[in-house]
Design a protein around this ligand. Sequence first.
Ligand code: SF4
Ligand code: SF4
Ligand code: SF4
Length: 246
Amino acid sequence: MMKPKVAFFDFAGCEGDQLQVANLEEDLLALLGKVDVVCFREVMKECDEDYAIAFVEGSCTRLQDEDRLKRIRENAKIVVAIGSCATIGGINSLRNYKNLDEVRKTVYGEKAKLFDTYEARPIDAVIPVDAYVYGCPIDKDEFLHVVTSLLMGKKPDIPTYPVCVECKKNENVCAFERDQFCVGPVTRAGCDSCCVNEGTICWGCRGLVDNPNENSHKEVLIKYGLTVEEAIGKFKLYFGWQEGKK
Ligand code: SF4
Ligand code: SF4
Ligand code: SF4
């Protein structure tokens, strides 16, 4: 039987998600037994335009990115957004709060005018997306779950509840009880609350959970000692695009 052809593409991002895939080790070999990888810049030179599944990493940050995304959409039966930058706009969206001309000057100096840019956005702001692998970077097991589900023609099972649920199951001491601030109550679970398990907080890299109550959570952050601006700043880190589009 012909193996489905898959391709990986990157837009604005650090390529950390593709690195996660490249680092799958023995699971990568098992995966390669089920699919043919025809384009994956991190690990191979060739790139074929004939593919059934496209994995897209990174945010769309330029008008010309839209043309490339539309070509990918035309070629692929299934498009999967991988990582925060592609799924929710991610950390790239922080710049949307600033004057973009200033941002360009900061990065490119005198050559700023040569570099076209616009508000950073997730790829589903440009093309329809069939499946999402959240996180910054993505979780390897969740990536494998999504790929396996798609190959079986099933909808991937992605949590629709907040990180707090996993955090409580893991019996962590809540960040608020440690005098820290956490956006776990409004963030989509699926990472097994890994950051809190390590003694830190949830920054929200998996994006807003379905039906979050952000206003109420901002009030909690303020109640626990943040200024209004600081509380909003917690939401800007990863939720910038999602919040701005409501
Ligand atoms: S989601 Fe995180 S790991 Fe992935 S490209 Fe963006 S910054 Fe890098
Ligand atoms: S530490 Fe964060 S994720 Fe864990 S229970 Fe507290 S608010 Fe929720
Ligand atoms: S705990 Fe929060 S910041 Fe950490 S991986 Fe999970 S969603 Fe991302």
